[in-house]
Design a protein around this ligand. Structure first.
Ligand code: EPZ
Length: 426
């Protein structure tokens, strides 16, 4: 398995290209199942999860054609064509590698009236149930059975418009029910829907394919089913979590970065917290410039569904705050086990105390490089950030976690002055 070796202490300076959003791409790709026409997605990031999802779609019968690109180019354009669905089963060996596979459930059900999807199981940050996905689809007339580790969903007479109010906000469950409702017979009203920008991207793509959706970006989505969807060409939105992660890199190293292609509007809570911590953020013609003019100081932040502070930024923010002046209090309200990065940051000298869902971070003058282990995607980025600031050498292992969510990370960071390289540990 590969490792990433970082020699820290160098302020970063320059421009970083922001790639297409992983969490938007993973809900846009299954839209191809909803039509026999072609869906062309541009600005798809080159990430392991995107490749895995492509393989999943292939085994459902979706043909994929990747447009040629130059080696230095970021992102890919891929055309997906589901002329015919040849299998409605999403097998365990693919789903266990990538939980987002559950997002084929709604589209398969809408297109064919059936779907058999392996239960995704938990992961490092939590047990990740899918009960809300299933209840929302039942509100559209789906019949759900659970057996032998699989969800078996059927709608023998097709899906019908229904009403569903989510008891708790769920990004994935909102995505699944929206992709099912666009082809249901009649109108659906979804309340307490998640409002993440990735869901807005999904709705915009579905509308481009001929869907009828009102209330996009709000917690009430009204969807009038149509008989069929046509093809479309759609560009994936920029990755807001990648943007926030590199903003933290500028903050923790005391540097200045221009995040090219970033969309500040999708990160208001994150940038509000970054500015409160002492980072200067200014829009430019090409994106956002972030710089640490003076010191960093502690802040209090709780994660929340959009438009609140994103849980996907919590680990990266904690790394940054570990070298701020003073204390910070972080509270994780979304996932039950999203502090796996804490013991690893502590190995580098961070002073963090976890009590229940909150973590008290006392800033230290500096971190010291050490061998550390990535446990999940965002935790692994927090370790890279800590390594960029730490004195000496940091070796991050299990970097396959990173490859799921950060396109060409070492290349992007090296280009702005980081001493970082990927090595194979044989
Ligand atoms: C999406 O996961 C993202 N993944 C996550 O990003 C992100 O952290 C999360 O939304 C929250 O923003 C993708 O988009 C591929 P949820 P998802 O359903 O949809 C509970 C990353 O690092 N819940 O909004 O799985 C759940 O346990 C990843 O890029 C149920 O109880 O998140 C959690 O506590 C990590 N029942 C809360 O809701 C359900 O049926 C929010 O989960 C579904 C969820």
């Amino acid at each position: 398995m590969d490792q990433i070796v970082i020699h820290g202490g160098r302020p970063l300076s320059g421009r970083i290209h922001i790639s297409g959003a992983k969490n938007a791409a993973l809900t846009l790709m299954p839209c191809a199942l909803l039509t026999d026409a072609s869906l062309t997605l541009r600005n798809l990031p080159r990430l392991a999860d995107i490749d895995t999802f492509g393989h999943l779609l292939n085994q459902h019968g979706v043909a994929t054609a990747t447009e040629g690109s130059h080696p230095g180019e970021f992102g890919r354009t891929i055309t997906f064509t589901a002329s015919r669905i040849t299998s409605t089963v999403a097998p365990y060996d693919i789903v266990r590698k990538m939980r987002a596979s559950i997002l084929v459930l709604g589209p398969l059900l809408a297109r064919t009236g059936e779907a058999t999807v392996s239960l995704p199981g938990g992961c490092a940050i939590g047990n990740r149930p899918i009960d809300l996905h299933l209840k929302a689809l039942e509100a559209l007339g789906a019949e759900i059975d659970l057996a032998a580790g699989y969800v078996r969903a059927t709608a023998p007479k097709g899906l019908r418009g229904g009403r569903y109010t989510f008891p708790g906000v769920s990004v994935g469950a909102t995505e699944n029910v929206v992709m099912a409702a666009v082809l249901a017979r009649g109108t659906s009203v979804i309340d307490n829907a998640a409002r993440e920008p990735e869901i807005v991207d999904l709705c915009h793509c579905l509308v481009a394919m001929g869907a009828a959706i009102d209330g996009i970006g709000t917690e009430r989505l009204t969807i009038t089913g149509v008989d069929r969807l046509h093809g479309a060409t759609y560009a994936v939105m920029p990755d807001r979590i990648e943007t926030g992660s590199y903003a933290c890199a500028a903050a923790i190293t005391g540097g200045e970065l221009e995040l090219v292609g970033a969309d500040a509007a999708s990160l208001t809570a994150t940038f509000a917290a970054l500015e409160e911590a002492g980072l200067a953020c200014a829009p430019t013609n090409d994106g956002i410039k972030v710089s640490r003019a003076n010191g960093l100081h502690g802040v209090t932040v709780s994660t929340a569904p959009y438009p609140g502070f994103p849980t996907d930024m919590q680990a990266q923010f904690m790394a940054m705050l570990s070298v701020a002046d003073g204390a910070s209090l972080l509270t994780e309200t979304i996932f039950e086990n999203r502090y796996m990065h804490v013991p690893e940051l502590a190995r580098m000298g961070a002073d963090i105390t976890v009590r229940g869902t909150s973590a008290m971070v006392r800033g230290v003058p500096e971190l010291v490089g050490a061998p550390v282990m990535a446990t999940d995607l965002r935790a692994s980025m927090s370790l890279v950030l800590a390594g960029l600031a730490a004195k000496g050498e940091t070796v991050v292992s299990r970097v396959y976690h990173l490859d799921r969510g950060y396109e060409r990370l070492e290349e992007k960071l090296s280009a702005v002055g980081a001493d970082i390289e990927r090595v194979s540990d044989g």
